[in-house]
Write a protein that binds this ligand. Sequence first.
Ligand code: GUN
Length: 303
Amino acid sequence: MQLLDGKKIAAAIKAEIAEEVKLLKSRGKKIPHLAAVLVGDDGASQTYVASKVKSCEEVGFKSTLVRLKKDITENELITQINLLNNDDSVDGFIVQLPLPKHINEERILLAVAPEKDVDGFHPMNVGRMTLNLPTYLPATPKGILEILKRYNIETEGKHCVVIGRSNIVGLPMSILMARKDKIGNCTVTLCHSKTKNLKEETLRADIIIAALGKQEFLKADMVKKGVVVIDVGITRIEDKTKKSGYKLLGDVAFDEVSKKCSYITPVPGGVGLMTVASLLQNTLSAAKEEFYKKTLSFSVDEL
Ligand code: GUN
């Protein structure tokens, strides 16, 4: 069994980005600028956003954190988003999810200008991803592709089972693993809460991507020997022995499952850190206008 070291890859990606920022600076070009919108005071969201801002500093990006009260109205939030859409100094921005229940998430994600949507959540970018056109890929799935790529894990013709169909991870992951691309070409089964005989599906899998958000859900008797396991779960469990007051558990019962794996991502130290690294890569792409010219929302000339 080999551990897939997300921490090491994320550090390598950040070092690559930092080098590119130095180059941009030396050529007198603008430094990439990421903004993050945080609504309310959810503990996990605050931690994630703080880590995104800190990572920007580490690679030399400019960052802006827009903190908004949890009782902000949907229209007020859209006004804030439009300010960022129209702010030429901002290359890309994210609206941290989940949003408070009174806000319609779809309406908010539609309000983000596709060319600044470094989370890749806007329907236009989801469509471009699905059709294998150049675009921002959602950060967690992009990070998983990068892990598979950097460890030279063969995916072509393999049977990949994705557990969980969230818009952020499971659904895009299933699309990406099926795409005709270097990492992809899998036969994909997307499993979810209504799947019958999940164990039958996971036992046939060469690659399992667990993204359902249930701690230690995937057990050893559900996987075949030699399987590649990617664990996206991060559940916080109270732990008074830790300085933070909590520990993190994945969706995979690591101790028992890892014994049967060829490769597995640990939690923490696996997928989580890759999410931030991918977001930085997307922000760099936004600053370099790799997918969209800033004045146009979409043009066939870009393809
Ligand atoms: N909440 C959980 N994951 C993500 C993510 O990748 N982006 C945003 N904006 N919110 C999230």
